[in-house]
Design a protein around this ligand. Structure first.
Ligand SMILES: Nc1ncnc2c1ncn2[C@@H]1O[C@H](COP(=O)(O)OP(=O)(O)OP(=O)(O)O)[C@@H](O)[C@H]1O
Length: 356
């Protein structure tokens, strides 16, 4: 019998994982990971509510729930990475790092290593091809979370179980309602591990403060207003720029000068690009392409958390990888991960940070 650790958040998805595993005859040990600060200013009381719901689920199935405190580790790794990137003008992705370093990193070192598998409620799948485990996409394209998992490694993926990968979200909700799970009627969580629970700008302000700088129209050079620090803005951003007569989009940032450049209009050319390079490209399981043809390898990719996979070509240039998109892309922001899939978007091959 497989020995399974299950990461339980108190939300609907991971509770359904517990239900499905028990239905299959497993008796998983359940773990809630504490990653936020106890500081109420940051967290409100949602962690307490999460833990109560997780405990209720554990009781319902007669399983044990342990709370694993990884707050310090989270701040030392994920928060540090986030602030470092933001201060250099990049657009970080804390969720990607939380999965790699915390949920499947520190947790594995402290607890997970004692188990054969770790199960989570991520919408993703695993596939065994040629004796190796590969990360696969989820059946529900709206819920697929492989882009958040695209920095995990071969060892991590080989130990993971994603029991929801073959289900649509509405099926998961139905299972939760029919099984009368304590979390059945809970709303979906909104992305970013703990940052989703606080105001992102307040969080950034606490670390980097404010520093006024100009907002300039790219095409005319006209100063249109002021911003409070380039770190509050990201390429492609439309909301929260504070200018009248829009839509305005952030199209460029000058970090040295603390200047934000914007363009106006629904479909302005300066918003678009069709290629980017990635540093330190990370293959999850292996590099499936022994050689890169001159015309590139045909792939699908994502540069942000969207349901669509975009078509493009991947090229290798020394230690860097270059992606050329078949379609124009809006808001290519350095720091985001370019996540690469096979051409049918079935396997998530890996990811690399988009460089300036
Ligand atoms: N604090 C936590 N402790 C333990 N596991 C967690 C925690 N947060 C998330 N997870 C695990 O990671 C998975 C994906 O997390 P995400 O934040 O995307 O939640 P979700 O898709 O809304 O899932 P859920 O409905 O279970 O909260 C969860 O299903 C769960 O298995």
């Amino acid at each position: 019998m497989k020995n399974i650790a299950t990461l339980l958040s108190g939300g609907v998805d991971s509770s359904v994982v517990v239900h499905l595993l028990c239905e299959q005859g497993f008796k998983p040990d359940l773990f809630y990971i504490k990653i936020g600060m106890d500081d109420k200013e940051y967290m409100g009381c949602s962690a307490e509510e999460d833990i109560e719901l997780a405990q209720a689920t554990a009781r319902k199935y007669g399983l044990t729930l342990d709370v694993i405190d990884l707050q310090q580790e989270y701040w030392d790794s994920v928060v540090k990475y986030t602030i470092e990137k933001v201060s250099k003008g990049y657009t970080p992705n804390p969720d990607v790092m939380c999965n790699k370093l915390i949920k499947f990193g520190c947790f594995e070192e402290k607890v997970g290593y004692q188990y054969d598998f770790t199960a989570t409620g991520h919408y993703a799948s695993t596939h065994c091809i040629d004796d190796q485990t590969w990360l696969g996409t989820a059946k529900d394209p709206l819920k697929d979370q492989t882009d958040f998992l695209a920095q995990i490694d071969k060892l991590q993926v080989s130990k993971l179980m994603f029991p929801l990968g073959n289900l649509m979200k509405h099926e998961v909700r139905d299972i939760a309602l029919n099984a009368k799970l304590p979390s059945a009627k809970r709303k979906d969580s909104q992305g970013i591990c703990f940052l989703g629970k606080i105001n992102y700008n307040d969080f950034v302000k606490r670390f980097l403060g404010e520093k006024e700088g100009p907002i300039i129209e790219l095409e005319t050079g006209k100063i249109l207003g002021k911003h409070k620090g380039f770190w509050f803005h990201t390429i492609g951003q439309r909301k929260g720029i504070g200018l009248a007569g829009g839509p305005w989009y952030v199209v460029k940032k000058d970090i040295q000068e603390n200047t934000i450049y914007v363009s106006r209009g629904f479909d302005v050319e300066t918003q678009y690009g069709d290629h980017f390079t990635m540093n330190d490209f990370h293959f999850i399981t292996a590099n499936p392409w022994k050689e890169f043809p001159k015309e590139g390898v045909e792939i699908k990719f994502k540069i942000r958390h969207t349901p669509e996979y975009s078509p493009g070509y991947l090229f290798q240039k020394g230690t860097q990888y270059l992606l050329r998109s078949k379609e124009n892309l809006q808001g290519i922001a350095p720091g985001q991960f370019g996540v690469i899939y096979d051409k049918d978007a079935k396997i998530c091959i890996g990811s690399g940070e988009i460089s300036f």
